[in-house]
Design a protein around this ligand. Structure first.
Ligand code: LLP
Length: 427
């Protein structure tokens, strides 16, 4: 867990560094990421699954070269879904054979680069892509290891935009109507491909294991069809990511070892029933590793009480550094972290500095009623899908990622500057 404490003045300290010094040294807003916490979570996933399974960290949650190095050292693999993520991974020394390449519309150029650099697997997402990857691999004189992503028809209980296994959406090849079986048939015929397994990702921020259970059941069902039809037992299955984390005290996430145990048991049981040898399992947690390891540190700019409603607390960032509240109605908590206060709590809404009223960071929260400009507040659990989804809306500069570790802080992704903005504007 994060090494978070309060000193005698009520100032929050993380990784041995207090937030007032962090704000002085690095400015606000800033994402503050606890290296020991990140490594601890990565290691917990790794050890929970042991040597019979692989853990691919989903880089889309947050990727930087420091993170890639930690993952490499902790024995995790990496899932990338664009040329940009692939470049970041390779440039930080992740061995290509520990990288999986995802995406529903990889460009020819991205596929070529992935194959050339020797990625461990490409996850195929459509019939066209099966042929495309096969041709590219063949033209490079290679045989590319691939998985086929299927949609198993599970309704994951999460926000519509982050559920991915129901049939009416863009990812994967439906299991329905024999489509997935047909995809396997085609992939097995192509010389440029080595089909190593089937992939399923049912969605994100999920707490209920039953969706995984149904997914595993259906994936194993497909493995059985493949065995019966082609006499091949595919050696791997990937059950994707999606495990939920606690954003507020209402959320009750599972520990990696419970998840590993549940998934392994489900797959083993299903395979025994189908008389298949148990395939090697892999998983792709993103949020569950990086989400809890960072918080966003903001400075309060204005405090505006609206009688009988609530108090609007404006901070120096907003929907450009955390789009999740506006996009998914996501819930966050917030705390005053630069001092102690025993003032009465007030109902507050933490908003950003952007030019629209949907620019909300924390919808409903209690903050001390003596909150004032200059106070620092922290929004926890912003490690996943905040910096990675950050924008320049209103030409606001994207915040840095500051790593704290053993009493030291260092910038791993620097704050954007106005020069950065102007550099792209070449008109
Ligand atoms: N594997 C695949 C194939 C995925 O598509 C994803 C996430 C993951 C693994 C990792 O899922 P995680 O363990 O992080 O839940 N922007 C949204 C989440 C989108 C997730 C997209 N795919 C959010 O902020 O909630």
């Amino acid at each position: 867990a994060q090494t978070v404490t309060r000193n005698a003045d009520g100032v929050l300290t993380v990784g041995g560094v207090d937030v007032v010094s962090l704000a002085e040294q690095h400015g606000t807003p800033a994402y503050i990421l606890d290296e020991a916490d990140f490594r601890g979570r990565a290691r917990a996933w790794r050890t929970a699954f042991g040597n019979d399974a692989d853990v691919f960290y989903a880089g889309k949650a947050f990727l930087s070269r420091a993170v890639v190095r930690w993952l490499h050292e902790e024995g995790l693999n990496l899932d990338v879904c664009s040329g940009g993520e692939l470049t970041t991974a390779l440039s930080a020394g992740m061995p290509a054979d520990r990288i999986a390449f995802h995406g529903n519309n990889k460009s020819t150029e991205e596929i070529r680069r992935a194959v050339e650099s020797g990625v461990g697997r490409i996850v195929l997402d459509s019939f066209q892509e099966i042929v495309r990857v096969a041709h590219i691999a063949q033209s490079l004189g290679k045989r590319q290891r691939v998985q086929i992503r299927i949609t198993v028809g599970v309704e994951a209980h999460t926000h519509e935009f982050i559920a991915t296994a129901h049939e009416d959406q863009k990812f994967g090849i439906p299991l329905a109507d024999g489509q997935a079986a047909e995809a396997v048939r085609r992939a097995l015929q192509l010389d440029g491909l080595e089909l190593i397994g089937i992939h399923s990702h049912i969605g994100s921020q999920i707490f209920d294991m039953s969706g995984f259970e149904v997914a595993a059941h259906r994936v194993v069902g497909l493995l059985k069809v493949i065995r019966d039809e082609h006499g091949v037992e595919l050696p791997e299955i990937d059950l994707g990511g999606g495990l939920g984390i606690a954003y507020t005290s209402d959320d009750d996430p599972r520990e990696p070892h419970e998840i590993a145990k549940a998934l392994t048991e489900i797959v083993t049981r299903e395979c025994e029933a189908a008389r298949l040898s148990t395939p090697r399992i892999s998983v792709e947690p993103g949020r569950a590793i990086v989400g809890p390891t960072a918080f966003t540190l903001y400075e309060v700019g204005t405090v505006k009480p609206l009688d009988g409603l609530r108090t609007y607390v404006s901070v120096d960032g907003g929907m450009s550094d955390n789009i999740r509240t506006a996009l998914y109605d996501a819930e966050y908590s917030v705390a005053l972290v630069s001092r102690a206060s025993d003032a009465e709590p007030m109902l507050a809404r933490v908003v950003g500095k952007h030019c629209e009223s949907g620019d909300i960071v924390v919808k409903d929260a209690f903050l001390p009623s003596d909150l004032a400009p200059g106070d620092l507040i922290a929004v926890p659990a912003t490690g996943a899908y905040c910096r990675s989804m950050a924008s320049n809306y209103n030409h606001v500069l994207r915040p840095p990622v500051v790593v704290v570790h053993e009493g030291e802080s260092r910038v791993v992704v620097r704050r954007e500057t106005e020069e950065d903005l102007l550099r792209l504007d070449v008109g």
